[in-house]
Design a protein around this ligand. Sequence first.
Ligand code: HEM
Length: 145
Amino acid sequence: MFNYLLILHLLGAAIWVGGHLILALVILPKVLSSRNLDALLQFEGQFEKIGMPALGLQIVTGLWMAHNLLPNTSAWFAFDNDISILIGMKLSLLLLTALVAMHARFWIIPRLSADNLNGFAINISLVTLFSVAFVVVGTLFRTGF
Ligand code: HEM
C-alpha cells in the first residue's frame, strides 16, 4: 500500500514542482521582459486545473504516509526525532505555501497589471522555492539528515 501512495506522491510532486519550475524559469522571465501578461494568465489558468488536484493529492498521500510512519498524530509535532521533525517541516511548508497562495489570490492578483508585476513575481518565486524544499525534505525521510 505504502508503495502505491509513494507512486502517487511522486507523480503529484512531478506536476506541482515541474509546473512551478516552468512558470518561474520559463514563463515569468518572458513576461517580466515583455510586460505582456497574457502568457502568464494563460499558463496560470491552464496549470490551475492540474496543479491544484496535484497539491490535493500531495496532501492526502503525504498525510497518509506520515500516519503510516508515525501512527500517533500528536507525535507529529513533538519535533523529538528525525521523522517528526521532517513531518513538521512538511506541514510548515504546506502552511507557508497556503499563506503565500492566499496572499496572491486575494491581494496581488486583483491588483495585477503590466506595471505591477513584481509582487506576483516574488510570490511565484517563493511558491517555487517551497515546492523544491518539499522535494528536498521528502528525500530526507529515506536518507536521514
Ligand atoms: C507539493 C507538496 C509536496 C511535494 C512536492 C512532496 C515531495 C516529496 C518527495 C519528492 C518525497 C521523496 C519520496 C522518496 O523518498 O522516494 C516525499 C516524501 C514524503 N512526503 Fe512529501 N511532498 C509534498 C507534500 C507532502 C505533505 C503535505 C506531506 C504531509 C506530511 C508529505 C509527507 C511525505 C512523507 C511522509 C514522505 C516520506 C515517504 C517515504 O518514506 O519515502 N509530503 N515528498
